[in-house]
Design a protein around this ligand. Structure first.
Ligand code: DX5
Ligand code: ZN
Length: 220
């Protein structure tokens, strides 16, 4: 069955003591992607997890590992994360000075390159890169913490990015991350989002198969 959009649950809101079980439960519930929030204590205040944890859990899951690096100078770690099992690897535009080189390197190493933009970062920074990008992640909160409220102006940004992609006839997909709930799902999908990351609004509401249906029924 083809799904109307992809839901990528953010493990940040899961039980870190039971990551293997969480991955198994997500797959059993019909999820296809899982979102790993990597924080370095510099780009954002928190520190979460790194390549060894992802690598240890890679054999336990067939989910698409959607790895979001909230890390300064991420070019230092591309190989480690791809070797660990990242399928889609996202770096922040604000954290990488030579962004073209960074995304080219992600593709060369065999992962799908993606760029994340903080809420206030203009879309121009990805305009010339779209042909190289599998995905653009529009942050809909300021990165660093789960459970924050969606920033409304980001909806216009998703629409504008969607127009930019159409104009360039590019195949880049759009992910949104932060404050996503079943209540704002319809407007995000209508604006052009293809992948929704959800942390607190997903993991706080088991069972996961029912919660996935709630997100899908939001656009029914
Ligand atoms: C924020 C992270 C998000 C976050 C989403 O820095 O990138 O992935 O965990 O969590 P919610 O859905 O609770 O806003
Ligand atoms: Zn994230």
């Amino acid at each position: 069955m083809s799904t109307p959009f992809i839901l990528s649950p953010s493990l940040l809101s899961s039980d870190f003591g039971r990551l293997r079980e969480e991955l198994t439960a997500l797959e059993a519930a019909g999820l296809e992607w899982v979102h790993w929030d990597v924080m370095d204590g510099q780009f954002v205040p928190n520190i979460t997890l790194g390549p060894p944890i992802i690598k240890a859990l890679r054999p336990a899951s067939r989910l698409v590992f959607d790895v979001h690096l909230m890390v300064e100078a991420p070019e230092r770690y591309l190989e480690s994360f791809i070797d660990a099992g990242a399928d889609v690897l996202t770096v922040h535009a604000e954290a990488s000075t030579h962004l073209d080189r960074t995304v080219t390197e992600i593709a060369r190493l065999g992962a799908k390159p993606a760029v994340a933009l903080n809420p206030h970062t203009p879309l121009d920074v990805v305009e010339y890169l779209l042909p190289k990008l599998y995905m653009v992640l529009i942050m809909t909160v300021n990165p660093g913490f789960g459970g924050q409220s969606f920033i409304p102006y980001c909806l216009d940004k998703v629409r504008e990015l969607s127009d930019m992609i159409t104009k360039q006839n590019a195949s880049t997909i759009i992910e949104v991350d932060g404050g996503v709930t079943p209540e704002n799902t319809a407007e995000l999908i209508n604006a052009g989002a293809n992948v929704l990351v959800s942390g607190s609004a997903f993991f706080g509401h088991p069972p996961y198969d029912e919660r996935l249906k709630t997100f899908y029924s939001a656009i029914a």
